[in-house]
Design a protein around this ligand. Structure first.
Ligand code: FE2
Length: 383
């Protein structure tokens, strides 16, 4: 029997008021001048107001690196490291969805370790611990505020690097649903489907464990129930709070159980065409699930049941078919594009992705092995 490792942040704060709570924690840690890593858009929308007020009330000095763009690049990380050092910072507060938090994780690695960020693509390559780090999540979500992963685009090689190391896990993870009420419906839908993909991939992977399955299944239940509600009414704080916790629960699962081919395939159009990560996952999820269920149908029964499906009189194959149809129905209900063609992708784009998908760090977690021809078929089916 092998040992199972469940990695979690030291502290998790969930609920309205969690941002101010996290600043109170910062005050006890001896941090003098944190770097806030975020994007301009969030500042303009006022999402950082409660953080700035809490920091000012405690008399903190701080600087803001607001240059983060979707799918952050290695060049941006290098820029962030210089900014941190020039300003004499001694800790991190990331505010955002996956992009600002991943960017902060990568900057933090490079502040405490040698070489270049591209040297750290892979699993377990970070030598030194980072400085004190609070991650405030504004979407629901990547669960970047609590995972050991970051995804940085290597723009020279047009590939998304996945950096996996428990040293990237923030010290404090924050989910304050009051920061999420302004998210547009399309972002709510995309990030919610990303979280659903995390949950489902971590249920069907051979890496699943009894320490991860219950949280993943609860995430599937909560997302199935609350995502359509939050997409229709972004101001519904109950829906936002449920989705924030759901994506965290999915993170608890996939951070230790791993992901699979949906993510391995989704990273490629994300890297070459800068498409939203959650949309790429949502398009590929039913297609890859159908492929996986042909060989490993049993775990998809659990997915179907968690999504509210009645599997009583169904065998595993039929239950898996039901799971795929429920995923498609949810995706349609929250207005995810039906395929990549709608997003301007053409058949000629696919060749460039196949080998990169096979090499992606997430591919190893898929329950069914696939070769290049099968990856190509799955991409073609997703157009
Ligand atoms: Fe994801």
């Amino acid at each position: 029997m092998t040992t199972f490792a469940l990695n979690l942040p030291k502290l998790t704060l969930s609920g309205v008021g969690a941002v101010a709570e996290s600043v109170a924690v910062l005050d006890t840690k001896g941090v003098q001048k944190p770097l806030i890593v975020t994007d301009k858009n969030l500042i303009e929308l006022g999402v950082l107001t409660s953080l700035y007020e809490a920091l000012d009330a405690k008399g903190f000095e701080y600087v803001t690196f607001d240059q983060v763009t979707p799918n952050p690049t290695a060049a941006l990380v290098r820029e962030g490291v210089s900014f941190y050092q020039e300003n004499g910072c001694d800790g991190f507060i990331a505010v955002g969805g996956g992009s600002p938090i991943d960017c902060a994780k990568a900057i933090r690695i490079m502040v405490s370790n040698e070489g270049d960020i591209c040297d750290y693509a892979g699993v377990g390559l970070v030598k030194n611990d980072g400085e004190f780090f609070i991650a405030i999540n504004t979407t629901a979500g990547t669960a970047a505020e609590m995972t050991s992963n970051s995804v940085i685009t290597d723009e020279e090689n047009q590939v998304k690097m996945v950096l996996v190391d428990p040293k990237q896990i923030p010290d404090v993870s924050v989910n304050d649903p009051s920061l999420m009420v302004g998210l547009p419906a399309s972002v709510t839908a995309a990030t919610g489907m990303d979280a659903l993909t995390h949950a489902i991939e971590s249920i069907v992977t051979p890496g699943a464990h009894r320490l991860t399955l219950p949280t993943a299944l609860e995430a599937v239940r909560l997302i199935s129930k609350w995502l359509p509600i939050a997409v229709k009414d972004g101001q519904n704080i109950e829906a936002r709070a449920n989705l924030a916790d759901a994506q965290f629960l999915a993170g608890m699962s996939f951070n230790s159980a791993g992901l699979g081919a949906v993510h391995a395939l989704a990273h490629q159009p994300g890297a070459t065409h800068n498409l939203a990560h959650g949309v790429c996952n949502a398009i590929l999820l039913p297609i890859v699930s159908e492929f996986n269920a042909q060989q490993v149908p049993a775990p998809f029964r659990l997915v179907a049941e968690a999504m509210g499906g009645d599997t009583h009189n169904l065998n595993d194959e039929q239950a898996a078919e039901l799971a795929v149809s429920l995923i498609k129905r949810l995706s349609k209900e929250v207005k995810i594009p039906s395929g990549f063609a709608e997003l301007g992708i053409e058949e000629s784009d696919i060749s460039n992705w196949v080998q990169k998908a096979l090499n992606d760090v997430c591919m190893g977690g898929n329950p069914r092995a696939m070769d290049a021809a099968q990856v190509r078929e799955l991409y073609l089916a997703s157009l």
